[in-house]
Design a protein around this ligand. Sequence first.
Ligand SMILES: [Zn+2]
Length: 151
Amino acid sequence: MGVKFSIVVPRRAYTVGIVRRILAEALSVNGVCGDCGFSILLTLSEACTNAVEHGAPATEYEVTAEVNDDSCLLEIADTGPAFNPDQVSLPDTESESGRGILLMRRLADEVRFRPSPVGGTAVRLRKLLHNGGSHDGLGCGIDARTPAMLC
Ligand SMILES: [Zn+2]
């Protein structure tokens, strides 16, 4: 089992919460634990916020999410100008976008930026799920018997 979906939304701040709620439901249905879900949703929020704040002149961005039994893969693509993550200054930056990227790199197991197919930037984030029995024997992923409540 598992789930995959894509959604295209206006490049407006209110859409971050909408996408977050859809993904939270998908994670819950698939039995992803609260710890993993928290990291995934925070990562998603940062990536969507970056798309909203820096995706100009695009008017929309696209979120693709795939949840399976051992990982959650997210791709957030905008049609804004190309962006080089290596040019973002790190730890002591005052930039919100710089902090967002640091957070994404800390929370996700894989973070990759690339030019989006439509001309902007796409960020691909993979979070590995706990698998097979940590979490007090419940595990995490589609085989978990007791899905955690997510915020
Ligand atoms: Zn987990």
